[in-house]
Design a protein around this ligand. Structure first.
Ligand SMILES: CC1=C(CCC(=O)O)c2cc3nc(cc4[nH]c(cc5[nH]c(cc1n2)c(C)c5CCC(=O)O)c(CCC(=O)O)c4C)C(CCC(=O)O)=C3C
Ligand SMILES: [Fe+2]
Length: 411
């Protein structure tokens, strides 16, 4: 008789009967519309977890959807900002090359639907609306509609994660401008905003996972030949210098990106048992050439990596939440051309988009802000570092051109 290498399991020994785990029936393809796993919340349940809010508004940058909308969009974006005409014309060409349509609005609508579905899954029937800064539907029109439908308190979720004038306060100015316009029409509405979420673990963890998968898939096993290139939107140095709470040291925009790039690299290195290195670089510089902006530019960086003998780059646009124009043009087109020119193999990491873990994180942030608004004690999570405050400090991330009122802050 041969002796078995492993004893066959004996259900009569030890813990007795082992309960069987069987697959549950498949969920319908779209439980939100089909309703099978998603019973209508009762009147009592609906929105309980997000009280006092009557509606949630996803607030985004916006973008053109046809050729005719390109120039009006660009003029709106740059009104009073001293962006040179040649820069505008060349940016218009990026849009025309795609028939005048930016991918951003489809992506924001997809996020709106995903957030709505996630909240419904939690039994929250609160409507999720969409408003933009620079294209239809404009924020003021969305808020007016919400108010007309009976909303008194609204919670805003922006599609911008980091701290700076452009990525935080400017959205708070948009909200204030909309509320002032509505007040002139005799309408009153209260608006809150979730905290900036660059350091919310859902955002960083999803980015870490996406970078890990891209490094695993890029096919370069030699750590000395590979670099992870973290990319974000360049901003004027003066804007970075003043980003963060007024009494802080500034440079919070750069600091957040730097910390996140570090933890992502650590995580990916631990998961893959590799010794990875990388750098934080910038794209989409505009403004006049004389004005200093955050550097190095991603294209210059790629050239210098090639000159150092690097053969493979994994390009991670951690500064953005969806694959909009700055990603599909500045990275997938321009940076990809530079990489090809200097002989670098380039893998572009997806943005968080509608990744379920990210969407769950946004839903958590919605519930968190609602609990705070109800006066409940809430433990805030942040990784890496401290969570951003739900109500921005007075004077943080200032508008360096002109004072404008901003909502959802101490000032
Ligand atoms: C920090 C930051 C984010 C990330 C946070 C966020 O998401 O809000 C961001 C996002 C975006 N920026 C976008 C587009 C543009 N940004 C411009 C100009 C500028 N951006 C700036 C900063 C940022 N921008 C700055 C300091 C300027 C200079 C003029 C000014 O001080 O305002 C210009 C003018 C022309 C040019 O120079 O490029 C355009 C067309 C789109 C839409 C893309 C699409 O259509 O898919 C998106 C998501
Ligand atoms: Fe921009």
């Amino acid at each position: 008789m041969s002796s078995p290498i492993a004893e066959p399991p004996d259900a009569t020994k030890g813990g007795g009967e082992v309960p069987e785990v069987t697959q549950r029936p498949q969920a319908p393809a779209d439980p939100v519309t089909e309703g099978a796993l998603d019973p209508e919340p009762t009147e009592d349940e609906a929105g309980l977890a997000v009280r006092p809010y009557d509606a949630i508004v996803v607030l985004s940058f916006g973008g053109p959807e046809s050729r005719d909308e390109v120039m009006p969009f660009l003029r709106r974006v740059t009104a009073g900002r001293g962006v040179p005409d040649e820069r505008l014309e060349s940016v218009a060409e990026h849009y025309y090359a795609r028939g005048g349509k930016s991918p951003i609005n489809d992506q924001t609508r997809a996020l709106q639907q995903a957030l709505h579905a996630e909240l419904r899954r939690r039994g929250i029937a609160t409507p999720v609306l969409l408003g933009n800064r620079n294209s239809e539907p404009f924020l003021v029109d969305t808020l007016r509609e919400a108010q007309e439908a009976g909303a008194q308190q609204v919670l805003v979720v922006t599609t911008s994660a980091y701290s700076s004038y452009s990525s935080c306060r400017q959205y708070r100015e948009d909200i204030a401008a909309a509320l002032i316009e509505l007040a002139d029409e005799g309408r009153s509405l209260a608006v809150d905003k979730i905290r900036q979420y660059a350091t919310h673990p859902s955002f960083t963890r999803v980015n870490a996972r996406l970078v890990t998968e891209a490094v695993r898939g890029c096919g370069q096993p030699d750590d000395d030949k590979l670099r992870v290139v973290f990319v974000t939107h360049s901003i004027p140095e003066a804007m970075d210098d003043t980003s963060g709470p007024g009494d802080g040291e500034g440079n919070l925009y750069e600091h957040q990106h730097d910390e996140i790039a570090h933890v992502i690299l650590d995580e990916a290195g631990i998961t893959l048992d590799r010794n990875l290195s990388g750098a934080l670089v910038y794209c989409s510089r505009s403004g006049s050439p004389g004005q200093p902006w955050l550097e190095p530019d991603v294209n210059d960086h790629l050239r210098s990596l090639a000159a150092q003998g690097i053969t493979d780059v994994v390009v991670a646009p951690i500064g953005f939440v969806s694959d909009h124009m700055e990603v599909v043009h500045d990275l997938d087109t321009e940076a990809a051309e530079t990489a090809a020119e200097v002989g670098l193999r380039m893998t572009r990491v997806p943005t968080v988009g509608t990744d379920p873990e990210f969407v769950m994180g946004l839903a958590d942030l919605v519930e968190e802000r609602a609990a705070q608004a109800r006066g409940e004690q809430v433990d805030l999570v942040g990784w890496p570092g401290a969570p951003m405050p739900p109500i921005c400090a007075a004077g943080c991330c200032p508008n360096l051109r002109a004072y404008k009122p901003a909502a959802c802050g101490m000032d």
